[in-house]
Design a protein around this ligand. Structure first.
Ligand code: ADP
Ligand code: MG
Length: 240
């Protein structure tokens, strides 16, 4: 039986009068790549930031590799890698200096920086300043940062947002290559990403899960022939 790496139990988040995440429940196991799919404003980033420990839930529990991250925040940090949305990078640092710095913060050895640069295929730009990199390379550096601690749970918030088709393909290949030992959660509003990269889909709308399962299960349940049709019938963008 694959191990349960992530359990989200009745998680809610209110920002003053906005209910951004409403009673979300789901579990994710080792070996799964899960798409947190939803339109803009659905609550994807809010949910990811709570799992990553950057935001605390208004209510509910988040269990990472068997422990509640509210009680064991350090355990959470050790077991989670996070690529936040449009991850801010330190523009005037070189790729290597940035990763060395992040490795030091995490208590990782410098040799780990060489390993993640190899995995993310950014060795050739190691000495280049971050601000001089293309968006595709910047995303790869962010990805390299997220796997520094070789985390069990990897959270990637719109990892291919703003990239051209070739760059998207590269990042998706990297994610697939991360292997079966992790549990990867990707937030996206891209249907093809959910369909082709992920083995399970959690569809979020206005802070609530409105559908969940494999693509085949979802199509069957909602009697639709494409994920696009399911998306149109179950979601709408907030504030538009
Ligand atoms: P997504 O990532 O799916 O686009 P978000 O999690 O960013 O969605 O946002 C969910 C909802 O919460 C939106 O209505 C958004 O406007 C609101 N929201 C997000 N962050 C804040 C914040 N810091 N303060 C107030 N409202 C917020
Ligand atoms: Mg977002």
């Amino acid at each position: 039986m694959p191990k349960e790496f992530l359990k989200i139990k009745k998680v809610c988040k209110n920002y003053e009068n906005i209910e951004a995440v409403k009673e979300v429940n789901f579990t994710a196991k080792q070996g799964e790549i899960i798409a947190l799919l939803g339109p803009n404003g659905a609550g994807k980033s809010t949910l990811m930031n709570m799992v990553a420990g950057y935001l605390s839930p208004t209510s509910g529990d988040i269990i990472v590799c068997g422990k509640d991250i509210r009680q064991f925040p350090l355990w959470g940090k050790e077991n989670i890698g996070f690529l936040s949305e449009g991850a801010p990078l330190y523009a005037d640092l070189s790729v290597r200096a940035f990763l060395n710095y992040m490795a030091e913060l995490r208590g990782e050895k410098k040799s780990r920086v060489d390993e993640v640069m190899k995995i993310a295929k950014i060795e050739q730009v190691a000495e280049q300043k971050l601000e001089t990199l293309s968006k595709g390379y910047q995303r790869r550096v962010g990805f390299a940062q997220s796997i520094l601690g070789n985390p069990n749970v990897l959270l990637l918030d719109e990892p291919t947002d703003g990239l051209d088709p070739n760059q998207k393909k590269h990042i998706r290949a990297l994610i697939k290559d991360m292997g079966e030992d992790k549990c990867i959660v990707i937030s996206t509003h891209l249907l093809e990403e959910a369909e082709n990269l992920c083995n399970r889909i959690v569809l979020l709308n206005k802070g609530r899960i409105v559908a969940e399962g494999t693509l085949a299960e979802i199509l069957k349940k909602y009697k639709k022939s494409s994920l696009e049709d399911v998306f149109y019938s179950l979601t709408e963008s907030k504030g538009e």
